[in-house]
Write a protein that binds this ligand. Structure first.
Ligand code: WTA
Length: 670
């Protein structure tokens, strides 16, 4: 009710203006890059598409030229043993020296490399000079505990500066890192350490989430009990006195180790372009996560080039990607890409709504962030919280916005464009995957028209198309599958010690082995329009995307069927306002078992133990049967529709159509 103070009426006027603007935006389907952005952009010549196509694969020398090589490569691409491609063959370089030493030598010693914001308000800044010193000290420490070139070092750390420091220290001595997202469970850690036969673990005592100190070391210890090999660990003291700093028998203290080696000079180990830089485990169709292998030359060149061309980064920028380094986005676009270019990269430890819902905008204002890269799930949450929060802050430093991780609906895109970018910043909607190493399909921000909801054309030099089940290019407007029929420098090289699975997972569907024609299949559905813009429709395998996090339904199912009393489980993704997708678990109990709250709790706990809280089911639905076809296949599509509250299609082909109503009623009543 109006209170007569005038404030309300002012607000409601603003409200009307908003409504008008929203209405105009809602109609608008295409947006041109703002002039002010184009004037200063890194890549402005639209001839780049043709140039890269005509000059492929040599076009990728442009990416390699962004790096310092100890020895020049002989060939840009070696495809003799396709699909085991090699890029920049026989080139020699070190990733840590490319991210640190050369900037220090080129006069950027005092430029901030990392600006870290702790959730509780502390901040830490590392200049390039300071970062190099600490990386060298920790690299010496790693050697001290026995790490040698090619040993896989597992990093189980939250968003604290020691994580990128440890990554770069590993890179410096040629030890591939395998970062395990800190939100993953003890079992998930153990599985990854066993799979990589990793004998070293860098972890921490704990960290803060919404003001609470979480005990991380306990989880790490629990995980270690299931690791087959002997493990040496280093523990970062994040919490000081808050949690007892239990070090275990042979664990070393990070600060002590670094102090012992302070001032050490550790020569970067010369690595071959094709030497492994890191492993990253990601979910796939089967129960066991895949160890995606990335190498030094191609990956670093590709992340540096896309950071420059798509994120428009220059060394003077302060740039912030709000992802977690535990996922590929953080590897490529918090650590390697931006640091290879000598940019200042911001890192935030915590959640977007702590202590208040304006935390991110406060960080942008305070650090005068130029470029901001986040996920649609975050944007949907901001939208829900309302535009008052960003309006409290001066966001005028922003020049470019980006999104990654899942499709962005046009409404969220427009909200981001207006309320965060003030209609002055282009948005890049970047499609890519853990396996692709870097961005693949997106507009170039100073060149292409933006169409909200559609990622855009493939990048120059990236040969992505949308095909039907038979591999034929589809007509504009129809739905098909994304494929990539030429290699690119950032691509995964194989799955760790599992070449067969690498071929099977990515190169079987559309390749013609006899003709030596290899087509990469990312397992995403898509549409293409007359301008060649690709709209990603989502995964077509058993992977679901919860808040931009990639989860395997099989992994969740196997955790659930491990609960005593459970006979069968089917897990699907259902639509969710903020998360994009949420986990829905349909569970059949053994005869004589009751669908009690206790049973539900045990199921949820089993999922959290096997994977982590991110995989927690939104709902556990008990059912006497699952809808199956006459041949006995579970109709997952139908389960997804039930979870999403969609209209249910024809169920007459089912063996047990009556079960569908029964389950749907259960959802309605909850
Ligand atoms: C999805 C994250 C639509 C897609 C970098 C892909 C997207 C999976 C987009 C990879 C986007 C990523 N639009 N969908 N802009 N970006 N995806 O490996 O389904 O964690 O296959 O890599 O995320 O997830 P991953």
């Amino acid at each position: 009710m109006p209170d007569g103070s005038g404030i309300m009426s002012e607000e409601s006027n603003e409200g009307e203006a908003d409504v008008e603007l929203e209405a105009r935006l809602a109609e608008q389907e295409a947006f041109e890059p703002p002039e002010s952005f184009v004037e200063q952009a890194n890549v402005t010549d639209e001839g780049i598409y043709e140039e890269f196509e005509e000059n492929w694969p040599e076009c990728w020398e442009q990416a390699a030229d962004l790096l310092s090589w100890e020895e020049e490569y002989d060939a840009v691409l070696n495809d003799e043993d396709a699909p085991f491609y090699e890029w920049f063959t026989d080139g020699k370089l070190n990733a840590s020296s490319n991210c640190l030493d050369r900037h220090v030598e080129n006069g950027a010693k005092n430029r901030a490399a990392i600006k870290w914001e702790g959730e509780m308000g502390e901040t830490r800044t590392y200049t390039y000079g300071e970062l190099l010193n600490e990386v060298e000290a920790f690299a010496a420490g790693l050697r001290d505990i026995g790490v040698e070139e090619d040993d896989v070092v597992t990093l189980y750390l939250p968003m604290i500066p020691e994580l990128p420091i440890a990554m770069l220290a590993c890179a410096r001595i040629g030890a591939p890192h395998s970062v395990v997202f800190a939100g993953f469970s003890a079992d998930a850690l153990a599985m990854r350490m066993n799979a990589a036969d990793s004998e070293y673990l860098i972890t921490c005592d704990g960290y803060y989430r919404r003001g609470d100190a979480l005990n991380h070391k306990e989880k790490a210890d629990k995980g270690l009990r299931s690791v087959d090999q002997d493990v040496t660990s280093v523990v970062v003291d994040r919490l000081g006195e808050e949690l007892t700093h239990f070090l275990g028998n042979d664990a070393r203290d990070y600060d002590e180790l670094v102090a012992e080696h302070e001032g050490a000079s550790v020569e970067p180990v010369t690595r071959d372009a094709e030497d492994m830089l890191f492993l990253m485990y990601t979910s796939g169709t089967t129960g066991e996560p895949k160890g995606v292998k990335h190498t030094t030359g191609g990956y670093l060149a590709y992340t540096a080039w896309t950071s420059q061309a798509v994120l428009d980064l220059v060394p003077e920028d302060t740039y912030w990607c709000s992802a977690d380094i535990g996922w590929i986005t953080g590897h490529s676009y918090i650590v390697y890409g931006p640091l290879a270019l000598g940019t200042t990269t911001v890192m935030y430890e915590g959640t977007p709504d702590y202590p208040e819902r304006d935390r991110l905008w406060e960080i942008i204002e305070k650090n005068r962030v130029d470029v901001f890269y986040t996920a649609p799930t975050a944007i949907r949450a901001f939208m829900k919280w309302g535009s008052d929060y960003p309006e409290q802050h001066d966001l005028s430093s922003l020049r470019l916005l980006g999104t990654v991780g899942e499709p962005i609906n046009p409404r969220a895109w427009k909200w981001y464009y207006k309320h965060i970018g003030d209609e002055e910043c282009p948005i890049v909607d970047t499609w890519w995957q853990t396996e692709t190493g870097g961005m693949m399909i997106t507009t170039l921000p100073a060149i292409n028209t933006m169409k909200p909801g559609s990622a855009g054309p493939p990048l120059p030099g990236v040969s992505a198309t949308v095909v039907d089940a038979a591999g034929e290019e589809i007509e504009a407007g129809e739905a098909g599958y994304v494929t990539v029929d030429k290699p690119w420098p950032g691509m995964l090289r194989t799955l760790y010690e599992n070449d067969d699975r690498f071929i099977e997972e990515y190169w079987t569907e559309y390749s013609d082995e006899a003709a030596d024609e290899w087509v990469y299949f990312p397992e995403d559905g898509a549409k293409i329009d007359d301008d060649g813009y690709i709209t990603i429709l989502g995964r077509v395998d058993d992977v679901i995307n919860v808040s931009g996090h990639r989860l395997g339904t099989m992994e969740i199912e196997s955790a659930i069927v491990g609960v005593s009393g459970v006979a069968e489980a089917a897990v699907v993704g259902g639509d969710h306002d903020v998360k994009g997708e949420a986990v829905y678990a349909y569970v059949i109990l053994e005869d004589g078992q009751e669908p009690t709250d206790d049973m539900r709790d045990r199921i949820v706990a089993a999922v959290e133990d096997a994977i982590g809280p991110i995989a927690r089911p939104e709902e556990v639905l008990f059912t006497p049967e699952l809808p199956k076809t006459r041949s006995g296949k579970i109709m997952r599509r139908l389960l997804e529709d039930i979870a999403s509250g969609n209209e249910l299609g024809d169920t007459s082909t089912l063996r047990n159509p009556e079960i569908v109503e029964e389950i749907a009623d259960q959802i309605d009543s909850e």
